[in-house]
Design a protein around this ligand. Structure first.
Ligand SMILES: [Zn+2]
Length: 263
């Protein structure tokens, strides 16, 4: 009798512990909404062509000409993705383990996105893009130091990517810092000084003026200046932009609406 009582108490303890465990799991899922929120969107005027998951190149380092996506198609996929992001209607394909396995053969991203490191502007999220689909290069203020340029050259030369988006954003901290140091103020470190000095020529015309709302005009000026500088600083990219082999697209992300504005 004593033994069976002990057994019942033990069982009760195990059951109680299990319930506590499952409750914890449910709470975790409540905090992090589960996958059902990610549904395939119905066709919209901006999403009439469904985007296939990234195709797998035949070779691990295929030549540019073999697997390239047309820049206009790539740009449309990004626009469609931003529309889905705004509506919180995300794709539910392209990010499973089967995609991880499929992409072990190689990658052929349809777009390069050069953007700011700001935690609020991850290109994969705001364009609803999945594994193997976009090649992202991120630095504060999307400043193009040699390593950033080399990364873009690699994607163009070795992965066949032909659509290049240079995306700034409103209220960019790097642009604000550059604006605030146009008078020669120290930015705080040698490296930060190099960063703001790279931006300075692009926003020089705003020196002494009141900043625009959300630093939008300064942000656009930085983007347009970067596009010019990419051609000046990279023979590879400059030649391909000039020939039309790659398209370069200015864009600005609005932190308050989630909208990516293209020009
Ligand atoms: Zn920024």
């Amino acid at each position: 009798m004593k033994n069976s009582k002990h057994l019942i108490l033990s069982l009760l303890f195990v059951l109680t512990s299990s319930c506590a465990y499952f409750e914890t799991e449910e709470e975790t899922q409540t905090v992090n909404p589960p996958a059902e929120a990610k549904t395939v969107p119905a066709p919209t005027p901006h999403n009439t062509h469904a985007q296939p998951a990234a195709h797998t190149p035949a070779h691990s380092s295929g030549h540019a000409a073999i697997h390239s996506t047309e820049p206009a198609q790539a740009l449309q996929w990004l626009k469609n993705g931003n529309t889905r992001f705004k509506k919180s209607r995300f794709r539910n394909d392209g990010a499973a383990i089967k995609d991880v396995v499929r992409l072990t053969k190689g990658q052929a991203p349809h777009s390069i996105v050069l953007s700011c490191s700001d935690s609020r502007v991850p290109p994969e999220v705001i364009f609803d893009q999945k594994l193997g689909e976009i090649f992202t290069v991120r630095t504060a203020g999307q400043v193009i130091e040699p390593s950033a340029i080399a990364s873009m050259e690699y994607a163009v030369e070795h992965l066949g990517t032909r659509n290049l988006v240079v995306m700034g954003h409103t209220n960019c901290g790097a642009v604000k810092a550059a604006f605030g140091t146009l008078d020669g103020t120290d930015a705080g470190s040698d490296n930060l000084n190099k960063l703001v000095h790279d931006i300075h020529p692009r926003i020089e015309k705003f020196k002494g003026a009141q900043p625009s709302a959300h630093f939008e005009k300064e942000g656009w000026a930085n983007v347009q200046g970067i596009i010019q500088d990419i051609s000046l600083r990279s023979k590879i990219l400059g030649a391909k932009i000039k020939s039309g082999e790659i398209k370069i697209q200015p864009a600005l992300y609005h932190l308050d609406t989630g909208i990516v504005e293209f020009k």
